[in-house]
Design a protein around this ligand. Structure first.
Ligand code: FDA
Length: 402
């Protein structure tokens, strides 16, 4: 059996693992990174439509979910979005702000992957791809790890950076949770998040004709008695062949639970009743769906009029009927039956219990030399660059001490 000795073994060459490896390598630690995928940083490469929304200018603890949302504060303060932007600038990667503080590469997400792999090489980090972990044991204060290629690695620190369960096709596994359980560390309930929502067959049938329609909406969760899950997001909402998607829906999916409704305002900030009433006064002979089509996309207007039984001209409709249309547009309460699941979820909600980790270093409190970073931890960001910032910040924090 081949043997190798390192100071730090990082499992997972994603955003968090590579960052921790670079920082530890820069401190003179001998670092090995292993990953069972063929290439490092695959999620970075496909993120943000190939341009990687690598951080958010407004990033702070309020943009994260988890049993203890304040847990992320320390790492996010020590390595901020501005620190990462400086790094991207130093690497000569051009970027732009798209919307709501979201920063994207001008050219390609591959530039971020290259920056990280170049930095790992410069820091003397050894990277082994297509390699997993077959066996993991304590050895004194450190670790004895048998890799899938048969190598026995000893290391003083083990950094678990294998992410969550989203997109199994890309190599996502629940390995971090298995390691936690092996060492009696609690894992909070995990579920797909930042994911499109699905609907029962009857409702879906009425939504399918709208596939492709997008509206700027305000979508709110309607949790029963669960204040922590009360949220609303004003972003685009998209009708699809499977249900609802788009940023506003992905955002609210992190707060939604089975059995609950979500409430969408599809012309937020507009008083639909007043506008229809004014249109009726100006031209009562206008078809109601035409008038509503000046407020929401035409296909949606037609569908809403059909659903509310609002046919004919504006002059034919009572105030009560116009109010019903107002409600249909701006207080559409709808109950998803589920989500598209880990197959398409951008992240996993939940994970390693933060109560078991030191918030400055991400070290396990009860197991010396063990660290959990990135998406594996019960810290989940909103859509918009927050999840990568958590990966950079938590990886950086662990990399200072591991
Ligand atoms: P990550 O999942 O990136 O890396 C884990 C690594 O561990 C992988 O390389 C995997 O192969 C490896 N691994 C897993 N199990 C293993 C095992 N058992 N043995 C060995 N290796 C193992 N976020 C954001 O902020 N902006 C964005 O634009 C996007 N866009 C986006 C698009 C899509 C399609 C998805 C799916 C996700 C996003 N995200 C995002 C979320 C973001 O990608 C995610 O939060 C980070 O990649 C998490 O980084 P980690 O390093 O923690 O895990």
């Amino acid at each position: 059996m081949t043997r190798a000795s390192y100071d730090v073994l990082v499992v997972g060459a994603g955003a968090a693992g590579m960052t921790a490896a670079i920082e530890a390598g820069r401190r003179g630690r001998r670092v090995l990174v292993v990953d069972h995928a063929a290439n490092p940083g695959e999620k970075i490469r496909i993120s943000g439509g190939g341009r990687c929304n690598f951080t958010n200018l407004g990033c702070g603890p309020a943009n994260f979910l988890g049993e203890n949302p304040r847990f992320a504060t320390s790492a996010l303060r020590r390595y901020t979005q501005h620190d990462f932007v400086k790094r991207v600038d130093r690497a000569g990667i051009a970027w732009h702000e798209k919307t709501l503080g979201q920063l994207f590469c001008d050219d390609s997400a591959k530039q971020i992957v290259r920056m990280l792999t170049d930095d790992m090489a410069a820091a003397g980090v050894t990277l082994k791809m297509k390699t997993g972990v077959d066996r993991l044991d304590r050895s004194g204060d450190g670790w004895r790890v048998v890799l899938s290629d048969g190598t026995l690695v000893t290391a003083t620190a083990l950094v678990v950076a294998t992410g969550g369960k989203s997109i199994p096709k890309m190599g996502a596994t629940g390995w971090a949770y298995e390691v936690a359980r092996q060492f009696d560390i609690r894992v909070t309930e995990t579920r797909p998040a930042l994911v499109p929502l699905t609907f029962e067959a009857g409702l879906l049938e009425t939504l399918i004709p709208l596939a492709g329609v997008a509206v700027d909406a305000t979508v709110a969760s309607a949790p029963e008695g669960a204040k922590a899950r009360k949220a609303s997001f004003s972003e685009a909402m998209l009708f699809t062949h499977r249900g609802l998607s788009g940023p506003a829906i992905l955002q609210i999916s992190s707060y939604w639970r089975e059995g609950e409704a979500i409430v969408a305002a599809m012309a937020p900030g507009r008083n639909v009743f007043d506008e229809l009433k004014a249109a009726k006064a100006a031209n009562g002979r206008q078809a109601v769906h035409t008038a509503l089509g000046h407020i929401v996309p035409r296909r949606l207007a037609e569908s809403l009029c059909e659903r509310e039984g609002a046919a004919g001209n504006l002059a034919d409709l009572s105030d009560a009927a116009l109010r019903r249309l107002d409600q249909a547009v701006n207080a559409w309460s709808v109950k998803p039956v589920g989500s598209e699941g880990y197959r398409t979820a951008e992240v996993t909600l939940g994970g390693i219990d933060t109560a078991a980790l030191d918030q400055q270093t991400l070290a396990a409190k009860a197991v010396s030399g063990l660290y959990f970073i990135g998406e594996a931890v019960d810290v989940t960001g909103w859509l918009g660059g927050y999840n990568f910032q958590w990966a950079w910040s938590s990886g950086w924090a662990a990399g200072q001490v591991c």
